[in-house]
Design a protein around this ligand. Structure first.
Ligand code: ZN
Ligand code: ZN
Length: 452
């Protein structure tokens, strides 16, 4: 019999950690960090130090006490004895922190499987933001691509690409002694790469699976209209064409589809897209895996923003070596301030300080990130500060977004097509709502084992 234990992702969006055991094989599907991780106990400077290991997290039950999993270093001040790991592998679905981040606690010898794209993206982000993106030391990272078949003892695991808000996202079909168990990871069906998710659904359905572990980020939420990526591009295009001054756009740097939507909308409006040096670095890394992306150095529609630094003369020595590659594409606040209507500039919340130099007149700001970053109690401060900045500079705020997650209707369609015997909801605040989508729903409980 196969057993599944859900150590995260239960009654919450993200933080997936699923242990699958079958005979003597033990694998984890994802090993992520919850979005609200530590919020109840840590606050600003009251947070774990780099010298701290798992003792702090065990104290508050924030990380599960699973034996034979964590590294010796992480366990040294805990009462959980270090023992040689008995987990055969950890399979990572994609690079988002809620699926990968707690790898930092795991013993370095346990094989970690991830897609080529996930590894590539992780390395780029780790170089840029080492303290935020850190999965720790791992001596046995094994890379896969869609269509591979990976053997772990008697288990056979097939990673199949899905469309999500980051490239290199996968679902898994795990062939066990109880039949196939399908895990969706995070997915959507309304973007330009939805054919990938369709392929996953088709392959999953062909196995007549015993169980489907399905994400449900948007289950239980009202959807007035399921915005597609094309609609994002059309609306952005309309806004940019109608704008009189500089247009700022805030969207995730790793969301390739969103980048292309804004790139296309910018070019269609006869403007140039300005990205900062970090974005330029990430874009160049992504392009190695996604050739449809433009080349920062040769594309005439792209410019790279250099912030004012040290000598205040924009000279080469002011910037890190990895930034200097982009010097030929330099644009500074002077040009953007003078000729704002020729440009669309990518602008993150943490970069708002640039507005002091840019002094935009009649500018627009297009917010194209997940809505929940601007809503809910947790984000009140962020929202207040952003609104204050925009009001101060007389900038109009617009929202244009297409979710990285499938709509409730698309999830219902995927479940129907895959047609599993059992359905296990994960990565959702509304697991019970899945009961309307399938006759045999098993609701996972945190750290409880379910026999399949
Ligand atoms: Zn997720
Ligand atoms: Zn995700």
């Amino acid at each position: 019999m196969v057993s599944l234990t859900f150590y995260g992702g239960v009654n919450e969006i993200g933080g997936n950690k699923i242990l699958l055991e079958d005979k003597d094989a033990r694998i984890f599907l994802d090993f992520g960090q919850s979005f609200d991780f530590g919020e109840d106990y840590f606050y600003e400077y009251l947070s774990p130090r780099t010298a701290n290991g798992l003792e702090v997290y065990f104290e508050f039950g924030l990380v599960p006490r699973v034996p034979k999993l964590y590294s010796r270093k992480m366990l040294q001040f805990t009462d959980l004895k270090y023992e040689k790991p008995d987990i055969d592998a950890i399979f990572i679905s994609h690079s988002h922190s809620d699926h990968i981040n707690h790898l930092q606690f795991v013993d370095e010898g346990i094989p970690v499987y991830m897609g080529h794209g996930t590894h590539h993206l992780y390395e780029a982000y780790h170089k840029m933001y080492a303290s935020f993106y850190d999965i720790g030391e791992h001596s046995d990272i094994r890379l896969f691509k869609s269509g591979d078949s990976i053997k772990v003892k008697h288990l056979l695991i097939e990673p199949v690409h899905v469309e999500h808000s980051v490239p290199g996202a996968y679902g898994f079909i795990i062939h066990t002694s109880s039949g196939a168990i399908v895990y969706t990871g995070d997915f959507r069906l309304h973007g330009p790469q939805s054919w990938m998710t369709q392929e996953f659904i088709k392959k999953a359905a062909a196995t007549s699976p015993r169980a489907l572990i399905c994400e449900g980020t948007r289950i239980g939420s009202e959807v007035e209209h399921n915005y597609t990526e094309q609609e994002v591009q059309d609306k952005a295009s309309q806004l940019i064409k109608g704008a009189g001054g500089l247009v700022f756009a805030d969207f995730s740097m790793s969301n390739v589809d969103r980048f292309l939507s804004f790139y296309n909308a910018t070019v269609a409006a006869g403007r140039k897209l300005v990205i900062d040096t970090r974005f330029a670095y990430i874009l160049r890394c992504l392009r190695e895996k996604v050739p449809a992306l433009p080349d920062v150095l040769s594309d005439k529609n792209l410019l790279v923003y250099f912030r004012i630094c040290k000598s205040c003369t924009f000279s080469e020595k002011d910037y890190y070596p990895w930034e200097r590659d982009f010097l030929p594409k330099m644009v500074t606040y002077r040009e953007l301030s003078k000729s704002g209507s020729k440009y669309v500039m990518h602008m993150g919340f943490n970069r708002l300080m640039e507005l002091v130099y840019l002094q935009p007149k009649g500018a627009d700001f297009i917010w194209s990130m997940s809505e929940h970053f601007l809503e809910g109690e947790d984000n009140e401060d962020t929202k207040r500060v952003l609104e204050n900045w925009l009001r101060h500079f007389g900038i109009n705020l617009h929202r244009v977004h297409s979710s990285g997650h499938a709509s409730p209707a698309d999830i219902a369609g995927a479940i129907k097509a895959i047609n599993p015997e059992l359905l296990l909801p994960i990565h959702t605040n509304s697991p019970s709502a899945f009961k309307e989508l399938h006759g045999k729903v098993v609701l996972p409980e945190k750290e409880k084992t379910i026999g399949i």
